[in-house]
Design a protein around this ligand. Structure first.
Ligand code: PMP
Length: 366
C-alpha cells in the first residue's frame, strides 16, 4: 500500500503502563498510577451525582457544536462562544492544528523535551520539525525565535511544560509574542493551567485578544479529573477558530462528556481544593529531593521531574514491582530523572519511602 513514508517508521503513543497489566505481571493487589498526571482526587462529587442520575439518549449523535458546554466555558472565561473550539481531548486539538497548518515544505518549532504529540503529529503531516533544547528546564524562547524562518507555520509553547513542569513567565512570553511574525501561529498549550500558582504567570487569555496568531489549549483531563471523557478546548480569535472548525471531526465529543464537563466546570471549589492539596503534595517531593540532594525542576503542575542519580529505567521497574507506576526519564528525553504525578498525601508518603529503599539498594545513598 502507498503509506506515507514517515508512517513506516512510526510507533504508536506509549502511554503509562496500564494498572491491570502491572498487577498481573508482579502479582500485586494494589497498584497506584502516578504516570499520566491525572487528578488523584478524581472528579467533582457533583459529577458523580450527575452520572448516577443522567439518562441521556446515547442512540443519537451528540451536538457537534457542543452548544451548552460552549456557553458554560465562554461564560466561565468571559470570551465569545465563537472563540472556542472543542476537541476530543487536547490531543485532538493538536491533531486538528497540525492537519490544518502543517505539510511537507513548512516547518514547526517546539522545545525539547516537551509534549511528544507536537512532534508526532507534525511528522505524520511530513513537516520539518525544529526542536530547540530547553534551557535550565525552561523554553528557550530566544533560541526558538531564531529557529523561526519564512517557512515556519506553527510554534508550540507548552506552558507549563511537560515533562519539566516549568513555566515561561509573563514578561518573557510577552516579549516573544511581540517578535513572532504575525503569520506564524503560536500554540500555548496550558493543559496544567489550573495548577499554576506563580505570580509571573498572568492571565494568558489577554494574549488572545492582543495577538491574532495565538491559540490557547486547555483540557478537562487534568485538574478536572475527566481524562477518560476526552474534552479539551482551544481559545483564539474568531477568525482562527473559523479556519480550524472545518478540520474537526463532526461529533468529536460525546453527549455525556459535554454534559459532564459543564457540571465539572461549575464546581470551582473542587478545583481550588485539588490545587491546594497538590501544593502540599509537591512539598513532600521537594523536601525529599532537598534532603537527598537530588536536582528537581520547579514545578507549576501536578507532577515533578527529579533526578535519581541512577538508571531511570531501573528505578521505574523497581518502583513498579512495589506497586507504583511512574515515568522513566529515559522515555521522556531526560535520562537519570523520573517524572512522578503528585498523588494523595498517603500515596506520596508511601512512594517516597519505597523510593528511598530503591535508591539505597541502587547505592545512591552511601
Ligand atoms: N498537552 C499536554 C502538555 C499534556 O501533558 C497532555 C496530556 N498528557 C495533553 C496535552 C493531552 O491531554 P488531553 O488530550 O487529555 O486533553
Amino acid at each position: 500500500m502507498k503509506w506515507k513514508q514517515q508512517i513506516n517508521e512510526m510507533k504508536a503513543y506509549q502511554p503509562g503502563k496500564p494498572m491491570d497489566e502491572v498487577k498481573k505481571e508482579f502479582g500485586l493487589e494494589e497498584v497506584v498510577k502516578l504516570a499520566s498526571n491525572e487528578n488523584p482526587y478524581g472528579f467533582s462529587p457533583k459529577v458523580k451525582s450527575f452520572l448516577a442520575s443522567d439518562f441521556s439518549n446515547h442512540a443519537i449523535y451528540p451536538d457537534g457544536y457542543a452548544q451548552d458546554l460552549r456557553t458554560a466555558v465562554a461564560n466561565h472565561l468571559n470570551v465569545r462562544e465563537s472563540q472556542l473550539l472543542f476537541g476530543n481531548g487536547s490531543d485532538d486539538l493538536i491533531a486538528i492544528l497540525t492537519r490544518a497548518l502543517l505539510y511537507s515544505g513548512v516547518n514547526t518549532v517546539m522545545a525539547t523535551p516537551s509534549f511528544s504529540q507536537y512532534r508526532h503529529n507534525a511528522e505524520i503531516e511530513g513537516a520539518e520539525v525544529r526542536e530547540v533544547p530547553l534551557r535550565d528546564g525552561k523554553h528557550d524562547l530566544a533560541a526558538m525565535l531564531e529557529a523561526i524562518d519564512e517557512n515556519t507555520s506553527v510554534v508550540w509553547v507548552c506552558n507549563p511544560n511537560n515533562p519539566t513542569g516549568t513555566i515561561v513567565g509573563d514578561e518573557e512570553l510577552q516579549n516573544f509574542l511581540k517578535k513572532v511574525p504575525a503569520e506564524v501561529l503560536v500554540v500555548l498549550d496550558e493543559a496544567y493551567f489550573e495548577y499554576v500558582g506563580s505570580p509571573v504567570f498572568k492571565d494568558t487569555l489577554s494574549y488572545v485578544t492582543e495577538y491574532p496568531n495565538v491559540i490557547i489549549l486547555r483540557t478537562f483531563s487534568k485538574a478536572y479529573g475527566l481524562a477518560s471523557f476526552r474534552v479539551g478546548y482551544g481559545i483564539a480569535q474568531e477568525e482562527v477558530i473559523a479556519k480550524l472548525d472545518p478540520v474537526r471531526a463532526p461529533f468529536n465529543n460525546t453527549i455525556l462528556s459535554q454534559k459532564v464537563a459543564a457540571v465539572a466546570l461549575a464546581d470551582q471549589a473542587f478545583i481550588d481544593e485539588c490545587k491546594e492539596k497538590n501544593e502540599t503534595g509537591k512539598k513532600q517531593y521537594v523536601q525529599f529531593c532537598e534532603k537527598h540532594e537530588l536536582k528537581y525542576y520547579p514545578s507549576e503542575t501536578n507532577f515533578i521531574l527529579f533526578e535519581v542519580k541512577a538508571d531511570s529505567d531501573v528505578v521505574f521497574k523497581e518502583m513498579m514491582k512495589r506497586g507504583f507506576i511512574i515515568r522513566s526519564g529515559n522515555a521522556l528525553g531526560v535520562p537519570g530523572y523520573i517524572r512522578v504525578t503528585i498523588g494523595t498525601e498517603e500515596q506520596n508518603d508511601k512512594f517516597l519511602s519505597l523510593l528511598e529503599e530503591v535508591l539505597t539498594e541502587q547505592g545512591v545513598f552511601a
